[in-house]
Write a protein that binds this ligand. Structure first.
Ligand SMILES: [Zn+2]
Ligand SMILES: [Zn+2]
Length: 448
């Protein structure tokens, strides 16, 4: 509230006398006097009682001024764009105009692989002084593009090769996220094209919420003749660019298969990471405890089948790749559920070591621990060991537990020929005079 008031005061000071007068008369106040008196009067109105309608009127006047100032500074550019709002692609002579904005790079989307650019990013230039705007783009598909769409079409008419419309900001430098302007609507050859736009409230002039997805034009696109796309939007003074691409659409299952094919981090690399972690952790030099990793996906809350994390993640804990991809297919956020840092598709890696452990470890095991000697063991409900009777003379029955310790080198080779007998070392932990003592029973063969 306080910041909103401050913001409003700054905006009021930048308004013209005529604008201040119209504000005051709309609020039923005296509009005579010098500019400083008018500013004073509007500011008092803001201070004494918060009028939402006054605030939005100030915002609107300010936005209009702000936009006009920007437009004037780049007048020559805007004028040349206005003459060529309709861009005709695949007609080299016409499309070589200044309207193409090669500096706009739309962000790479994992679920949409760009095959070809049909209309390179062009600015959505306001042509009317009113807020609602309409811009047109036209394009023709090449016979090759038409064939690509047809070849990928199923009987139900769904195609994995699509013609999509994407919109993003023109203004900032670098790669841009998709963002629709307020009140977006798209007509393709006169047909209403569905746009998935969600608004946080029904306040006017609001941009649809993230994430904005590419708009599928395919069902309305003509294969041979020219296509005309009308984009209706509301001008709030922001600069948008629009482009049309031929894309291959992937499902989360497709991406999962890609990851399994190309994104598996080798057992050796993973072990190295574990060893580095254990060395870096000074606590491990004094205690026998290692690094604990849960086998339960923090997202799905079930046992992982494809444990993965981003290359950029510092932690060992993984999450389930299939579930993570499905989640991002519904709502792309690409954020690591463990460290909450970006975990983009291109940086995802399947943990080869943990994959093997998941295959070896009993279904009941919920958590494992990496030990400083390069092995791992299951952690969980400390079960009383049936063998404790043999060793009852050495320990109190209640405090002794048995844990399975598995040599990591054994595990990786065993997981390859799956289900083979695995060497396990039965270890009995007991407490003698509050000291942890380890008794090894030697190698016992356990049939999995
Ligand atoms: Zn044409
Ligand atoms: Zn992370």
């Amino acid at each position: 509230m306080a910041s909103q008031l401050l913001e409003a005061k700054v905006m009021v000071e930048s308004l013209r006398v005529a604008e201040l007068q119209s504000l005051l008369s709309a609020m039923g106040k005296d509009k005579k006097g010098l500019k400083k008196d008018l500013v004073q009067r509007v500011t008092e109105l803001l201070h004494n009682n918060f009028h939402p309608e006054l605030f939005s009127a100030i915002q609107e006047l300010y936005d209009h001024r702000h936009y006009t100032a920007k437009a004037n500074s780049r007048r020559s550019q805007v004028i040349t764009m206005l003459t060529a709002v309709e861009v005709v692609a695949n007609h080299p002579k016409k499309s070589c105009g200044p309207v193409h904005k090669p500096e706009v790079h739309m962000i790479k989307l994992p679920f949409y692989q760009t095959l070809e650019t049909i209309v390179a990013p062009v600015s959505l230039v306001p042509t009317f002084s009113t807020r609602p705007q309409t811009n047109y783009i036209t394009f023709c598909l090449t016979t090759k593009q038409s064939a690509q769409i047809k070849n990928r079409q199923t009987k139900a008419g769904v195609t994995s090769v699509q013609v999509v419309l994407r919109i993003c900001y023109t203004e900032s430098i670098g790669v841009e996220d998709d963002q629709y302007p307020p009140n977006i609507a798209v007509l393709v050859n006169g047909h209403d094209c569905p746009v998935q736009a969600h608004y946080s409230s029904n306040k006017k002039g609001l941009e649809p919420c993230h994430p904005c997805r590419p708009i599928n034009l395919t069902p309305f696109v003509k294969q041979i003749t020219e296509n005309r796309v009308a984009i209706s939007w509301e001008n709030i003074g922001k600069f948008y660019s629009v482009a049309v691409y031929l894309v291959k659409v992937f499902s989360s299952a497709d991406l999962h298969a890609q990851l399994q094919k190309n994104g598996v981090q080798s057992v050796e690399c993973c072990k190295q990471k574990v060893c580095e972690k254990l060395r870096c952790n000074p606590e491990n030099e004094i205690t026998t405890t290692g690094l604990q990793v849960s086998l339960i996906c923090p997202l799905a809350k079930t046992r992982m089948s494809t444990p993965c994390r981003a290359q950029t993640c510092a932690h060992l804990q993984c999450f389930d790749a299939a579930f993570y991809l499905q989640m991002n297919e519904r709502k792309p956020s690409w954020t690591c559920p463990v460290c909450h840092k970006p975990a983009l598709f291109d940086t995802l890696q399947i943990d080869g070591l943990l994959s093997g452990i998941l295959q070896c470890a009993d279904e009941a095991v919920k958590e494992i621990e990496y030990l400083s000697n390069g092995s791992w063991r299951a952690v969980g409900k400390e079960k009383e060991c049936s063998k404790t009777t043999d060793l009852s003379s050495l320990s109190h029955k209640n405090s002794s537990v048995v844990r399975d310790v598995v040599d990591l080198t054994q595990c990786s080779s065993d997981s390859d020929d799956g289900g083979e007998a695995m060497q396990r070392e039965q270890i009995v932990w007991t407490h003698v005079k509050n000291e942890r003592v380890r008794f090894s029973k030697g190698n016992v063969h356990v049939k999995l």
